[in-house]
Design a protein around this ligand. Structure first.
Ligand code: NDP
Length: 502
């Protein structure tokens, strides 16, 4: 598809002016049908590249969650009894349809989120298809344990779907993280009520159309759009929804846990991060440099796994800093639809302001801006978009607020260190522990660092290399539980131990 002249491009970029609410409305997906919210009220959905409303999303209420719950509960018996092969087949069809709509979905994701369309084409949409395919096949290999008591008795573990479960996902990798949760839940035989971020609802809406076309039985998946504090909270509070898989900010995770824990719901919480990127003097310099540019600024720095604190061993500090700043200053911030843009728009005006606020804070805390630090005002139709120059800050202490709080934008700090013990204390000093990156050619040092970093994930001499079978999640305030592979299928099933006397 020629993106520049596509129907989608014209539709999303220009037709918002016509305010054709009937054609631009996103709808909920409840009981197998696309429906308006019970209130019949809609919220504005902005295109962050142009700063204008281009569609409307359901402003759903508790009542919509209740309708979704009824549909999911009705569908549970048949879906949980559907053979694994049957679930596999319909999920594989969904994955195929995502691939067939690859270009359309990538463009929709880019327009909704502000990310470069190239990134959505290469990462978000292929990964959404992989998520569905991975868990469709994983369920065929999912086994449970047996424990033999030396001829006295034998125990075996039944793993049963939980029932109706809730999946709540954020705006940074919309379809990618939405499917990462839904796929294992469905594969394990649960029925699902899912809520995408109100800021990026479009691909979840297109996904609901795909599910209908693929023949997913009515009520098996229900997608309810709207505000987190209303719709997300209604999912969390609903007594019939027995498990919640949530990805988002740490404060929201706390709010969810506060409500869900006394109800004894199963909880998987994937939360914020403040990831260290540790570069030793004996690293492969070019690789560390090239990858650090990516790990700092991919998706405008709005990936929970981005390295936001760069620690460089003193002997190469000046050399690395100079080369890094030079490369970063050449990154092109521009139209997400232009394949030459390295960075697109930040997801919203509020988020842009939040990130700018952190840049000001860094200055107040004594930081020096080495490059960036400013909003970028593009021309023409992009004049009201949320653009920010990729920013590198030096001269801050490891324990200042800028180095302790999650910024979640195209902003990194850089600082030198002298010893392994010192950098470990810096790296582990935050409340977070999601991901860390280590660059060294010394295998022993790399393994020692990996063992001592307080982090759910450690990448050595690489970043964002993902095997979907591996445990994914954070320690400390970065979350509770692990997703990925059989971890996710374990989460979405309940165990019964059966003890049979021999
Ligand atoms: P939020 O926590 O604001 O929102 C996440 C989701 O929760 C959204 O769908 C939101 O809805 C919903 N929500 C908001 N309030 C409530 C509530 N009271 N009850 C239930 N649901 C609610 O996160 P962001 O969307 O801003 O995403 C960015 C955050 O996500 C960052 O902190 C980032 O680190 C984290 N993240 C973590 C990842 C991980 O794997 N650990 C991966 C990706 C991101 P709405 O949007 O409508 O408010």
């Amino acid at each position: 598809m020629n993106i520049q002249s596509s129907f989608f491009f014209d539709f999303f970029y220009d037709n918002f002016k016509l305010h054709k609410r009937t054609t631009m409305n996103i709808q909920n997906y409840i009981g197998g049908a696309l429906v308006n919210p019970s209130s019949n009220l809609f919220l504005d959905n902005f295109n962050p590249a142009i700063g204008k409303v281009y569609s409307y999303i359901p402003n759903s209420e508790k009542e919509d969650i209740q309708n979704a719950y009824k549909a999911a509960k009705n569908a549970f018996s048949a879906w949980s009894k559907t053979s694994k092969e049957g679930r596999f087949k319909v999920m594989m069809r969904i994955a195929e349809l995502i691939e067939e709509r690859h270009d359309e979905l990538a463009l929709a994701e880019s327009i909704d989120n502000g990310k470069p369309v190239k990134l959505a084409q290469q990462v978000d949409i292929p990964r959404a298809a992989s998520n569905i395919r991975f868990f469709a096949t994983a369920i065929l290999h999912f086994a449970s344990e047996s424990h033999d008591m030396d001829g006295v008795a034998i125990n075996y573990t039944l793993r049963k779907p939980i029932g109706v479960v809730g999946c709540i996902s954020p705006w940074n990798l919309p379809l990618y993280l939405f499917t990462w949760k839904i796929a294992p839940a469905l594969a394990a035989g649960n029925t699902v009520i899912a809520k995408p971020s109100e800021i990026t609802p479009m691909t979840a809406y297109l996904f609901s159309k795909i599910c209908i076309e693929a023949g997913l039985p009515a009520g098996v998946l229900n997608i309810v759009h709207g505000l987190g504090v209303k719709v997300g909270a209604a999912i969390t509070e609903h007594p019939g929804i027995k498990a919640i898989s949530f990805t988002g900010g740490t404060e929201t995770g706390k709010a969810i846990a506060k409500v869900a824990a006394p109800m004894f719901k199963k909880l998987s919480l994937e939360l914020g991060g403040k990831n260290p990127n540790v570069i030793f003097a004996d690293c492969d310099f070019d690789n560390a440099l090239r990858t650090s540019v990516m790990s700092s600024f991919a998706n405008q720095g709005q990936i929970c796994l981005c390295g936001s604190r760069i620690f460089v061993e003193r002997p190469i500090y000046e050399k690395f800093k100079t080369a890094f700043v030079e490369k970063v200053s050449k990154l092109k911030v521009g139209d997400p639809n232009d394949s030459n843009s390295n960075l697109g728009a930040l997801v919203s005006k509020q988020h842009l302001e939040k990130v700018l606020g952190y840049i000001n804070l860094a200055k107040e805390e004594g930081g020096t801006i080495l490059t960036g630090g400013n909003q970028i005002h593009l021309e023409g139709k992009l004049a009201n978009g949320n653009y920010l120059a990729p920013t590198v800050i030096e001269g801050l202490s490891f324990d200042c607020r800028t180095n302790q709080e999650e910024i979640f934008g195209p902003v990194v700090t850089i600082m030198p260190f002298d010893t392994e013990e010192e950098v470990l204390s810096y790296a582990n000093s935050t409340q977070y522990g999601l991901a860390a990156t280590v660059w060294t050619q010394d295998v022993t040092k790399a393994n020692r660092m990996a063992a001592n970093l307080e982090s759910g994930i450690v990448w050595v001499n690489c970043w964002l290399v993902r095997d979907l079978r591996t445990p994914f999640g954070g320690v400390k305030n970065s979350g509770v539980g692990r997703e990925g592979g059989f971890n996710a299928l374990n989460f979405f099933t309940e165990q019964t131990n059966v003890c049979v006397k021999l």
